[in-house]
Design a protein around this ligand. Structure first.
Ligand SMILES: C[S@@+](CC[C@H](N)C(=O)[O-])C[C@H]1O[C@@H](n2cnc3c(N)ncnc32)[C@H](O)[C@@H]1O
Length: 157
């Protein structure tokens, strides 16, 4: 299985970029992992919130194939402990799935079409993180999940 994380807009802080690189390269020891950025929309300031979400949604859906499982990161999604999340990933690997896609929305979240295509939603907290900050937090959780599955000491309960 491959895991892909789709995000909207380039990472604008060096510190966030460094954390993404650090945890993506750690994760690559366990699974094929792709971090994909959909470029920011041009003239997004002149668009309504609704139009921006619609346009971003179209770009997200272009990246998705019929056989992919698509999980949205969404504060209203299902909560997992890190151990439960590792079990979730293990189940997906056991199912023979080729590509598991996680998606982080743009600054305003997802369009209705993206919600409709998605196979599920997961929440990292009831709080709202910026679409930038959540990137390294989530990649670290995926990395943590693999260390749990391998019984490695990184995760101490
Ligand atoms: C600033 S948030 C968008 C908030 C938007 N008002 C909404 O209701 O979805 C940008 C993106 O970060 C991600 N995100 C932020 N907080 C999150 C959380 N607690 N759990 C999971 N994803 C979150 C989601 O993918 C969201 O689309």
């Amino acid at each position: 299985m491959q895991i892909k994380l789709i995000t909207i807009g380039k990472t604008d802080h060096k510190a966030i970029q460094q954390l993404i690189e650090e945890y993506s390269s750690r994760l690559a020891h366990y699974i094929r992992f792709e971090f994909e950025i959909i470029p920011d929309l041009k003239n997004s300031k002149s668009l309504t919130e609704h139009t921006q979400k619609e346009k971003e949604g179209e770009l997200i859906l272009k990246k998705v194939q019929a056989s992919d499982e698509v999980i949205l990161l969404d504060e209203r999604g299902k909560s997992f402990s890190s151990v439960e999340f590792s079990e979730f990933i293990q189940k997906k690997m056991n199912s023979g799935l080729k590509q598991l896609i996680f998606v982080i929305g743009g600054p305003y979240g997802f369009s209705e079409e993206v919600y409709q295509r998605a196979n599920g939603k997961i929440s990292l907290s009831k709080m709202t993180f910026s679409h930038q900050m959540i990137r390294p937090f989530f990649i670290e959780q995926v990395y943590r999940a693999f260390t749990i599955l391998r019984n490695e000491p990184y995760h101490h309960e």
